[in-house]
Design a binder for this molecule. Structure first.
Ligand code: NAP
Length: 246
């Protein structure tokens, strides 16, 4: 079924965490939503069911964003199901703590594959697919401003993403497609809590003058702004959304 009136948004990594909150927010903004995920089919289908129960349209599509043929298939499935695509949000990502040792280079490779190669593949396909008025939103992290020990692989991948955002905004000159990134501070999701003690969580939460973690819907609200009519003049920017942490 196609409905050429309704705008369509793809959110990668939307089965849980920040991506799920973005999918719910954009559905309530009036978008038909594509819920991409890597392995959690049941969770992705739950997001689709939640959106449909509120009267929205959604489709779950499994695809590993680090795999070029998966990304091609993802965009083909969107075209077949909806016949259009207006907003692409590359939110999928991973984080694994690893000090800069020779033994840890494989963690660097895995992190770059998902966070940087994945961003390249999704943003490139978005650039080939979107038309005038389109929006591309990538994901960085405010931790770039802190350079904590153990974050080397993750920070390297997200610094790369910030570079790609600015280059792609320039490459799309004349096409009226905005390219931006959101760089959240710590947000209470699996990615953040994994491997941290309560004390570590408390001390990181206290980095913000608000003395708490961000919530996924506080990131989704900023994505909604960038994807919607109020955000149309924002281009080539990295929006740090972190309660004032950096
Ligand atoms: N949480 C934070 O504190 C924080 C701070 C700054 C930036 N960020 C960034 O915000 C984004 C979302 O983070 P989050 O905290 O919501 O993470 P999360 O809770 O761990 O969720 C990650 C999502 O990405 C999907 N995913 C992972 N690898 C994928 C791949 N190769 N292909 C497709 N999907 C993949 C997962 O799918 P499955 O469920 O199928 O595994 C899941 O939907 C990330 O880019 C992260 O770096 C997060």
């Amino acid at each position: 079924m196609t409905n050429t009136e309704q705008k369509v948004a793809l959110i990668t990594g939307a089965s849980r965490g920040i991506g799920r909150a973005i999918a719910m927010q954009l559905a309530s903004d009036g978008f038909a939503v594509v819920v991409n995920y890597a392995g959690n089919t049941a969770l992705a289908e739950e997001v689709v069911a939640d959106i449909e129960s509120q009267g929205g349209r959604a489709l779950a599509v499994q695809a590993d964003i680090a795999d070029a043929s998966d990304v091609t298939r993802l965009f083909e499935q969107i075209s077949a199901a909806f016949g259009r695509l207006d907003v692409v949000i590359n939110n999928a990502g991973m984080m694994q703590m690893a000090k800069m040792t020779s033994d840890n280079v494989e963690i660097l490779d895995r992190t770059l594959a998902t966070n940087l190669r994945g961003s390249w593949l999704v943003m490139a396909k978005a650039a080939e697919t979107l038309s005038e008025g389109g929006r591309i939103i990538a994901f960085s992290s405010s931790v770039l401003g802190k350079s904590f020990p153990g974050y080397g692989a993750y920070i390297a991948s997200k610094a790369g993403v910030e570079g790609l955002v600015k280059v792609l905004a320039n490459e799309l000159r004349g096409r009226d497609i905005a390219v931006n990134a959101v760089a959240p501070g710590p947000v209470g999701t699996e990615l953040f809590f994994e491997g941290k003690s309560e004390e570590q969580v408390r001390s990181i939460a206290n980095l913000s003058p608000f003395e708490r973690l961000g919530q996924p819907d506080e990131i989704a609200g900023v994505v909604s702004f960038l994807a919607g009519p109020q955000g149309r003049w924002v281009n080539g920017q990295i929006l740090r959304v972190n309660g004032g942490m950096v």
